[in-house]
Design a protein around this ligand. Sequence first.
Ligand code: CU
Length: 339
Amino acid sequence: MNFFIKFFIFLFISFVINLEAKEAENTTRADTHAPIDIKCDHYHKKNEIMLSYRFMNMKMDGYLKGSSNANYSEARTKPNGTNYMVVPLEMTMNMHMLGGMYAISDDVTLMLMGSYIDNEMKMKKHSNGAKKTMKSSGWGDIKFNVMKRILEDGPKKLHANLGISLPTGSISKEDTMFSGSKATLGYNMQLGSGTYDILHGLTLFNTYDNYSYGIQISGVKRIGENSKDYSLGDIYQSNLWYSKPLNNNQTSISFGSEFKFQEKIDGSHKDISSIMSFAQDKESSGYKRIDLSVGINHVFRDFNSLRLAIEFKKPIYNKVNAVQMESDYKTIIGLQYSY
Ligand SMILES: [Cu+2]
């Protein structure tokens, strides 16, 4: 496991052990926030500010074709039956996300989020078996959301979010290929969408004495085409989670499920002149996936309600277009501080 993750788990466990579960003067429940991978899950009271940091690690290896596992030779076969010269072996993505929330009223909270991304993809040249790791890193797209409370009836809360993703992430990342010359990396190795994207969502939260649950339906709609003549597929997503508070409500554990449908890429990257592997092939984009997750939220009431959360996610169903790498697991760790 990544050093970063180990460090955070250590920090988390030592904090929890050292904290005495004393009578709280502050009654914030850990499960009033969704599992950490879910964004725009809560709003704030007028003039409250929240700063957040999230770290996400994702690994991919192995192959899928449609909804079944595929082997190396299938991963080398183009949809037209001929072969790619290069085969991706594994991919790792690390993402740092910085966010800020500010409530201009009890009804409206603004949210801004930026990210820094590190991608690595290990590739194999079929003809001579040579291996090479391609890398890309830099800032991703900046996202701005407006959250509007629709209903708050005791423990029942419903809000909507509408936002825009700005194309600040690069879509012209290159690295040295097996030939020794630089070429444009595949779609998953690019850092942004290149398009202005509309973000939208609806979140329902319901809290009971001993548990809570939430439902969020969200999506991403791309506007037009980017400067490289393509647009990533639109996203339709729904999340469902159940949380159980423990430890005098300072900690909660959650179980979640996520359904995500991303459409295939429209158009194709104009700088990818020869498609060396499925990573550069728009046909190998888009999927329908179901993930299950388990997470922990913790509120440090002695530290102005600083929150620490971690979530692990794993796909249980994935149906991809053409051949794609298989998502292994995803870990998300987050800190949230409000004042
Ligand atoms: Cu917040």
